[in-house]
Design a protein around this ligand. Structure first.
Ligand SMILES: *Cc1c(COP(=O)(O)O)cnc(C)c1O
Length: 427
């Protein structure tokens, strides 16, 4: 794999950008070697600056569910750009996006658009506290909800990859009110509720964990959380930044038949532009300014260009076959298992719709602790073998692979061939 140009650019990048990147996982720290610099992408194919072609299973960590530069999305963005970029006033596209979200999530009356998933969750914390007049929040070890102070503890992927337990610069006071429980362990939640009755504003959870690798919740666990919240006046905040519009047109919570009190979104709803959102029933959302006393604002919130990109993406997704999408995920999972078995390598492959994740361990992975049993050195070796075979996957054991929903049967076969080749290269 030729990488002269990527190497050159990385050298240069490190002189002006921290670690040569603008988000830590892009630095390839956990797999060693230099990061690839990307030149362009089209459909499912991504090309680095040295001209190598890969099938892209990173999808910019989630947003690019339609593949790259989808013609209809591109057209919508071009039309928006032609009008100008931002006005500081509400535009039609925002209203249409709001209506689209309402249609996709039956439990949502109103939505507020922001610029990132991080911002969506920060706002949801504030809303949960404002609405309940309580301070404490519960999060789960290994779940990531963006880089805000209050939730940057036991926060999965980026931190786990870098071996940072939690971030420097987060004062104790900022996390004093954050309680950590274990995923798929209701008792670890009950414990806090018993210890702090009437003090917990919200429970924050990824409905399918995707930032400690892919981990599905057990049904009893999710149902139990909902009941615990109802019985104790706690708001259930479901962070669908990763899962929204990925398993079905709507949320993973709808897939599981569990309704959040507050839903956070991001990634797919921006279609590749910076968009986040938080949303809930009117009685909660009407507490946000200008209707209510909870302040939250943004110069570029609901940016017409981002909205055009997101709206075109969601319109296109509405016509996609999500049942078939799940089959695509299952095929890739089956191939990973078969090829690993053939190579005599132990894997556990977790999959939820288009999200797939191989762990190099014999232990079934159901929480952060079991996720960490994966053999990191084996993952690094696998990462470079997979790159050599022509697949671009996240350079971290704890990041989900995102398959594009637009994959044709032939393209899945090509992915299968490349997986097979990668495991052969590992021998
Ligand atoms: C990516 C992610 C976030 C943060 O979103 P950004 O747009 O990166 O700020 C929050 N929650 C979950 C579940 C995510 O996957």
């Amino acid at each position: 794999m030729k990488n002269t140009r990527s190497k050159e650019l990385f050298e240069r990048a490190q002189k002006s950008l921290v670690g040569g990147v603008n988000s830590p996982v892009r630095a390839f720290n956990s797999v060693g070697g230099d990061p690839l610099f990307i030149d362009r992408a089209e459909g499912i194919h991504i090309f680095d600056v040295d001209g190598n072609e890969y099938i892209d299973l990173v999808g910019s960590y989630g947003p690019m569910i339609l593949g790259h530069a989808h013609p209809k999305v591109k057209q919508a963005v071009k039309e928006a750009v032609d009008k100008s970029f931002t006005y500081g006033a509400t535009t039609l596209a925002e209203v249409e996006m709001g209506e689209m979200i309402q249609e996709a999530f039956p439990q949502i009356d109103k939505v507020r658009f922001v610029n990132s998933g991080t911002e969506a969750v920060i706002s949801a914390i504030r809303l949960a506290r404002a609405a309940t007049d309580k301070k404490k929040i519960i999060k789960f070890a290994g779940c990531y909800h963006g880089h805000s102070d209050a939730l940057l503890v036991a926060a999965g992927s980026g931190l786990a990859t870098l071996g940072i337990p939690s971030s420097k610069g987060v004062p104790e006071e900022a996390v004093n009110n954050t309680l950590i429980s274990n995923y798929n362990d209701l008792e670890s939640v009950q414990k806090w509720v018993d210890m702090y009755p009437n003090e917990i504003a919200g429970i924050f959870i990824e409905p399918v964990a995707g930032n400690m690798g892919v981990i599905e919740p057990e049904m009893d666990f999710m149902k139990g959380l909902r009941k615990l919240c109802d019985d104790n006046g706690i708001l259930l905040v479901i962070d669908e930044v990763m899962t929204g519009f990925r398993k079905k047109f709507g949320g993973a919570q709808d897939h599981f038949g569990i309704a959040a009190d507050i839903t956070c979104m991001g990634k797919v709803i921006g279609g590749g532009m910076p968009v986040g959102a938080y949303a809930a029933k009117a009685e909660l959302m009407d507490q946000v300014a200008p209707l209510g006393g909870m302040y939250q604002a943004g110069t570029l919130s609901g940016s017409p260009i981002s909205m055009a990109c997101g709206l075109a993406t969601l319109k296109e997704l509405k016509n996609q076959d999500y049942d078939r999408a799940d089959q695509l995920g299952k095929r890739v999972k089956a191939k990973l298992e078969a090829a690993a078995d053939k190579a005599g390598i132990k894997v556990q492959v977790n999959q939820f719709g288009l999200m797939v994740n191989p762990f190099f361990t014999e232990t079934p992975v159901r929480d952060f602790e079991t996720a960490q049993t994966s053999d990191q050195a084996m993952f690094s070796k696998f990462f470079w073998a997979v790159a050599e075979a022509g697949l671009y996957i996240p350079p971290s054991q704890f990041e989900a692979w995102f398959l594009p929903i637009v994959l044709t049967d032939e393209e899945v076969e090509e992915i299968e061939r490349r997986i097979e080749k990668a495991f052969e290269l590992m021998k």
